[in-house]
Design a protein around this ligand. Sequence first.
Ligand SMILES: Cc1cc2nc3c(=O)[nH]c(=O)nc-3n(C[C@H](O)[C@H](O)[C@H](O)COP(=O)(O)OP(=O)(O)OC[C@H]3O[C@@H](n4cnc5c(N)ncnc54)[C@H](O)[C@@H]3O)c2cc1C
Length: 408
Amino acid sequence: MTDTRTSLPNPGLDLDLDLDVDVDLDPDPDPDLRREPASNPDQDYADRVVAFIDAHPGLVAAERWEEPATPPVRELIAALGAAGLLRDAWPDKGRVGRSPLCLALGRAIQLHTAFARAGNGAPGAAVLTHLEVGTRLLAHHPAHLDGLLDGTTTISLAATEPDGGSDLAGLSTTVRRVDGRLTVSGQKWFISNAPFADLLLVLADDPEQATGPRSGPALLLVAVAGGGVRVESLAGSGHTGLTGSIVLDDAPVLEVLAPAGQGLLTLMRHWIHERVMLSVRMTEIAAAVLDDAVAGARRRRTFGAPLLTNQHVRFLLAELSAEVSEVRSAALQGVRLLVEGSCTAAYAAMCKYRASVLLRRVADESLQLAGADGYRTGHPAERALRDGLGLALAGGTDELMLMQIGRG
Ligand SMILES: Cc1cc2nc3c(=O)[nH]c(=O)nc-3n(C[C@H](O)[C@H](O)[C@H](O)COP(=O)(O)OP(=O)(O)OC[C@H]3O[C@@H](n4cnc5c(N)ncnc54)[C@H](O)[C@@H]3O)c2cc1C
């Protein structure tokens, strides 16, 4: 497993109040000792992501991700692809030595961790959807993979319909064969990155067994520009501008990724990966919001003293810090299990459920601690609370996670 400890924040908070005392513990360090140890490819990757974020302030500015019409999803993915940051977080089968999957997932953790702290965490939603959902589902399709990793093509997974997202066995979107051509018709909604997608992975019922001899949903690839596809942006309280509704009207099927009866199974296997990576992202957003809350409580004075001098406030922040560490450990264990190929659906559901509850609790408490400033649109806690509500639904709801945990 890639050692991610060097790039992840240390657990625990600095609740020390003696801020004015500038103590130089090591006034004359040996310059050689300050240098990084031997070159570490994982640290290099983490540094590249941080440098990328610093170099693209316009792409990650929180305000741009608050405007429904303008989240720069395509530009961000194109720039990440051009910088090689998507490809380098992808298993390189030609690599000798360390496990390619281990190296790739270690880097993916670094990517999602850094993006959790950029633009109030909002741009990271688009990055995770692109890399860990659509691209992951096309991992074995070299014809499409290159464009996705180069950032020249974008993709969404369209499973949820207005009539239901938890029970995907009863879909109204259907695939049929007409005059020898497969086409798909129906409606999907709340599909992440859909307003910016070139490709759609569409889950559709196959009542006439047009894609295979079994019954049950098939997973299809559809090109947005191939005709019969209309996408509109959806308004939601969080994930501003990032989700869309899709109308498919005899849209030509580019490829059958999983035939009738196999579509849902393919997704169920995929969701193990998606839920673990979502839990990494949610935990790191919670950590970023908590750091901001500590800084705010140190700055804010009430009744003649910093808010942080109240024992209740210090206990609350310490408790939240302990919870972040606990949930982060569980998420990283999930990534280790993904590398070993032994992560169960129940374990992934535990990670996702705990991280979703944590994110909302940290955001809610941090908003309260910040007072009216925290209620301001665009405050880190306020944005995280809105996005956290969406993340309790996306990728499987909290209730569905509990059902999965119960099933084992
Ligand atoms: C920000 C965001 C991004 C999303 N991105 C995508 C995407 O990229 N692709 C995609 O396909 N979908 C996406 N979704 C949709 C998401 O997957 C669904 O909202 C989710 O699966 C729930 O489906 P639903 O909204 O239809 O609720 P329903 O399935 O109608 O459920 C309604 C409520 O009932 C609960 N419930 C359902 N069944 C049970 C039960 N048996 N016992 C107890 N409680 C139950 C659910 O947990 C939920 O709280 C996204 C949603 C959001 C908010």
